[in-house]
Design a binder for this molecule. Structure first.
Ligand code: IMP
Length: 236
């Protein structure tokens, strides 16, 4: 849809990610909240920016990205919500590592990025001989937005998180998924994420729990400012 066709009271949600799987997962969840919401990934609005994750926490990085995208696009989209996420695997016996460094855990030469396999191998190697395999996956979503209300436009920031408890297996198990999925055994199912179908994983994953919490928070914000979820109030 051309951006010039947007309804006057439409609310644009920009996903601060280039990951198509995340966009596919998030778009229907968010657009189901209200017909006023239109969800776009950065590349879909012709914006190509890479925001460096320089903070020491998942919350910090998610907020950093949401704020950067909001600031970049606020003039172009008067009513807009920038949504960003950061995810980490936190292993108890490694004092929470790889945590915020999950994507770049395995040591590499300068300028090289580790593959998922490099990171998994490094994790198993780091835990060689360690009996306590307790771990958790945690996703944090950050939202920064500007919305209309009868009292005038208002700004908000919000974070939501989702946690799944489990343990690190002694060796990879299963073929599905990505990242640390083959070595993360979910307590509640006794299966690794890689031994689950995508639907099974999405029903209980750290990311979908964070999304559900963010949706509740967003609905509360809209209700708190008497913002209708339907297109009936064209005066906003
Ligand atoms: P991001 O913040 O979503 O980019 O995630 C950072 C890193 O955590 C990724 O590069 C993956 O290695 C890992 N990761 C994130 N989500 C998952 C997941 O659902 N399964 C397995 N690994 C994940």
């Amino acid at each position: 849809m051309p951006m010039t066709d947007t309804a006057r009271n439409q609310i644009t949600i920009i996903l601060a990610t280039g990951n198509c799987d995340k966009v596919r997962e998030l778009r229907p969840l968010l657009e189901n909240i209200s017909p006023l919401f239109r969800v776009f990934a950065l590349h879909e609005i012709g914006t190509d920016v890479e925001i460096e994750e320089t903070e020491a926490t998942l919350e910090g990085n998610a907020l950093l990205k949401a704020r950067a995208i909001f600031d970049l696009l606020a003039e172009r989209f008067p009513f807009m919500i920038a949504l960003a996420d950061d995810t980490g695997l936190e292993v108890e016996s490694l004092n929470g590592a790889p945590g915020v460094y999950s994507a770049r855990y395995a040591p590499m030469h300068a300028g090289e990025s580790p593959t998922y396999k490099d990171n998994v191998n490094h994790l198993l190697h780091s835990m060689n001989g360690i009996a306590n395999r307790t771990a958790r996956f945690r996703s944090v979503l950050a939202l920064k937005g500007s919305l209309p209300s009868l009292q005038g436009p208002f700004l908000f920031e919000e974070t939501a998180d989702g946690v799944v408890h489990g343990s690190i297996t002694l060796e990879p198990k299963g073929d599905a998924g990505f990242g640390y999925d083959p070595v993360f055994l979910v307590d509640s199912t006794g299966k690794t994420y890689s031994e689950m179908s995508m639907a099974e994983k999405n029903a209980l994953s750290h990311r979908s729990l964070a999304v559900q919490q963010a949706i509740v928070a967003l609905k509360d914000i809209l209700a708190g400012h008497s913002i209708p979820l339907t297109d009936t109030n064209a005066s906003l």
